[in-house]
Design a binder for this molecule. Structure first.
Ligand SMILES: Cc1cc2nc3c(=O)[nH]c(=O)nc-3n(C[C@H](O)[C@H](O)[C@H](O)COP(=O)(O)OP(=O)(O)OC[C@H]3O[C@@H](n4cnc5c(N)ncnc54)[C@H](O)[C@@H]3O)c2cc1C
Length: 351
């Protein structure tokens, strides 16, 4: 899913006040604090949905330490944050990784993503959490030679799989969801998993088994031990079964879904001071070593830092009070409460 806003598609230039790198809970709440100050935001996330760790790692787990919510699930919190920031109409640019960040001669920042979107903005808020979620590479010798040509770790365009002999590897939700979604397009589809036991949602597993029973897909048990092909084009995957017996399976596209790991990723190349892969900030503004680049949430460090969502929310509030002086240098800022300010209530659309 790219550019859910419908603006700023791949290849375009988006001019905006603030770009928030990371749409985790803290990046989302930053939209609210900046929005109260009339600051427009674009959010970019490598994931195809907002919510960061809450949505990706523990959507159904209860959280007990969000102020005002005795209990809320990871996904429940993300939904409430999305509702809270809706009045400010942030643009979401999902399924994209911010790769480069550099200051322009006019003082603004230029950010580019791996999907070809360019942003020009006055302030950057790095809310990149533990870094970018990146797919785990399966331990198959020589797999690198086929990555991006025959082996893919995410489905960007379903059409790219039409008419292919598709091999999907894994037993979680991604593997099962894509098995169900791509089956109608593929010439043939084999789902390969180590054992006949799946972590995915039971409904998806039942649907997959029904397709196997109808002869529309094949289910194979084992692991990929090697790949055969030439010039990046795979022709066969060697599959080892539980008894160690190997056989070749004809395939032209392979989708391994072995989960995600968090790596700092491109943030390391942006010229910011780093301490053990975290961005040191001052606790008055949550600004990094570079004026105009702020860091909030799990990605930052300062004496006493706690990697808690509520701490990230506090950091977002203070960051916004500092960022507004960069976005609107001439404007006099008067601190106001949402309970009593009719101007803030108008922005929120409640009066
Ligand atoms: C199992 C578990 C349970 C937890 N329970 C609690 C709890 O009970 N209470 C609590 O307060 N906290 C809890 N936490 C911690 C909490 O989830 C984190 O503190 C919180 O998610 C941090 O939010 P964030 O927005 O800073 O970062 P994240 O949630 O990590 O989001 C960062 C986002 O940035 C994106 N990103 C990174 N780099 C780039 C890039 N270059 N381009 C584009 N996007 C990028 C990532 O894809 C990610 O979506 C828990 C964590 C885990 C794993």
């Amino acid at each position: 899913m790219n550019d859910t806003s419908g603006v700023g598609g791949a290849g375009s230039i988006v001019e905006i006040d603030v770009v928030i790198v990371g749409a985790g809970p803290v990046g989302l709440f930053a939209v609210f604090e900046l929005g109260l100050l009339d600051i427009k935001c674009a959010l970019v996330d490598i994931l195809d949905k907002p919510g960061g760790q809450c949505a990706e790692l523990y959507p159904e787990k209860p959280i007990y330490d969000i102020p005002g919510y005795p209990i809320v699930t990871g996904q429940g919190l993300v939904e409430k944050l999305m509702e809270q920031i809706a009045p400010f109409h942030p643009t979401f640019h999902l399924g994209q990784m911010v790769e480069s960040l550099a200051r322009q001669p006019d003082g603004r920042f230029r950010l580019t993503t791996d999907a070809g979107t360019t942003f020009l903005c006055k302030v950057v808020v790095v809310a990149a959490g533990g870094g970018s979620f990146q797919p785990k590479r399966p331990p198959v010798p020589g797999i690198e030679a086929y990555e991006g040509t025959s082996v893919f770790y995410a489905v960007r365009r379903m059409e790219d799989y039409r008419g292919h002999d598709l091999l999907i590897v894994g037993g979680g939700d991604s593997a099962l969801d894509w098995t169900l979604n791509l089956q109608p397009l593929a010439k043939s589809l084999t789902l390969l998993h180590r054992r006949d036991d799946f972590r995915a949602a039971p409904d998806s597993v039942n649907k997959m088994r029904a397709l196997v029973a109808e002869g529309k897909i094949k289910l194979a048990l084992g692991q990929v031990s090697g790949l055969k092909g030439e010039g990046g084009k795979v022709t066969h995957a060697t599959v080892k079964d539980k008894d160690g017996k190997e056989s070749d399976l004809a395939t032209t596209r392979i989708l391994p879904f072995f989960g995600l790991t968090m790596k700092l990723g491109p943030v390391a190349n942006w010229g910011l001071n780093l301490e053990e892969n975290l961005i040191p900030v001052d606790t008055a503004k949550f600004e990094s070593s570079e004026k105009g680049i702020f860091a909030i949430g799990d990605i930052n460090t300062y004496p006493g830092k706690l990697k808690l969502i509520l701490c990230g929310f506090h950091e977002a509030a203070l960051m916004a009070q500092a960022a507004v002086h960069i976005v609107f240098p001439e404007k006099k800022i008067v601190f106001q409460y949402t309970t009593s300010s009719s101007s803030l209530q108008k922005k929120l659309g409640v009066i």
